[in-house]
Design a protein around this ligand. Structure first.
Ligand code: NI
Ligand code: MN
Length: 226
């Protein structure tokens, strides 16, 4: 699986021949100013919740690429009202097979309101199962005990977890989360973008190294193979 980091919680993933974009927030992100939003291709855009720092570029990218937006029912209904032509609504606990693999919408402990104040339904994470890899994209969330279900019922090869603290869990809780989901390879997200969530990279990595786990803090704009 090829993973390109676009900053904050936004990743472009090439998987089973499909281009999947998570939580597009690029053009307002100063740290991602070198990323050319108009060059990003997408077949599917997965959105964890309605906060602007997870969907700012979703409508424009969906409009240009024709990508299908996958998210909570209330969120995709709002996207349709903004002119997005292809959406797939889901809700917590449901799973659906897509051309690239099976998507399960899972619990996140967070809030979810769109920039105009419209409630966007529940905040969510995603478990993606494919023949190639199984991975968990947590979205914005606190550490919570439902994560144990992922470790109990699935073999999670890679997990995208927030590590910025303040609005979500920080690195120490993310280590506990990685224990719950039984995953040793963690891609950090939701850090450094704003002053509230600036982290010390070495300290964050150390928390994981202490438990023989690896925290990847990917350079923005670069592509990594997992
Ligand atoms: Ni949020
Ligand atoms: Mn956020």
């Amino acid at each position: 699986m090829q993973v390109t980091y676009y900053g904050h919680s936004c990743f472009g993933i090439t998987l089973q021949g499909a281009r999947i974009l998570f939580d597009p927030f690029i053009s307002p992100n100063k740290l991602a100013s070198a990323v050319r939003v108009d060059d990003i291709s997408a077949d599917f855009i997965l959105i964890s919740h309605g906060h602007e720092d997870h969907m700012a570029d979703a409508v424009s990218i969906a409009g240009r690429t024709g990508a299908t937006i996958i998210g909570a029912f209330e969120l995709t209904s709002w996207m349709e009202k903004q002119g997005v032509s292809s959406v797939h609504p889901m809700n917590i606990g449901g799973q659906k097979m897509f051309p690239f693999g099976k998507v399960k919408m899972v619990n996140a402990v967070h809030s979810s309101t769109l920039p105009d104040g419209t409630p966007a339904g529940p905040a969510a994470g995603f478990l993606i199962q494919t023949p190639e890899i199984t991975f968990y994209y947590a979205g914005d969330t606190a550490l919570h005990y439902d994560m144990k279900l992922l470790g109990k019922h699935y073999k999670v090869d890679l997990a995208f977890l927030p590590v910025g603290d303040n609005f979500t869990m920080g690195a120490e809780d993310a280590v506990i989360a990685s224990r719950y989901i039984k995953c040793d390879r963690i891609v950090g997200m939701h850090y450094d973008t704003f002053g509230y969530i600036t982290i010390n990279h070495d300290e964050a990595r150390k928390h994981f190294e202490n438990e023989d786990k690896t925290l990847y803090l990917l350079p923005i704009g670069e592509t990594t193979n997992f």
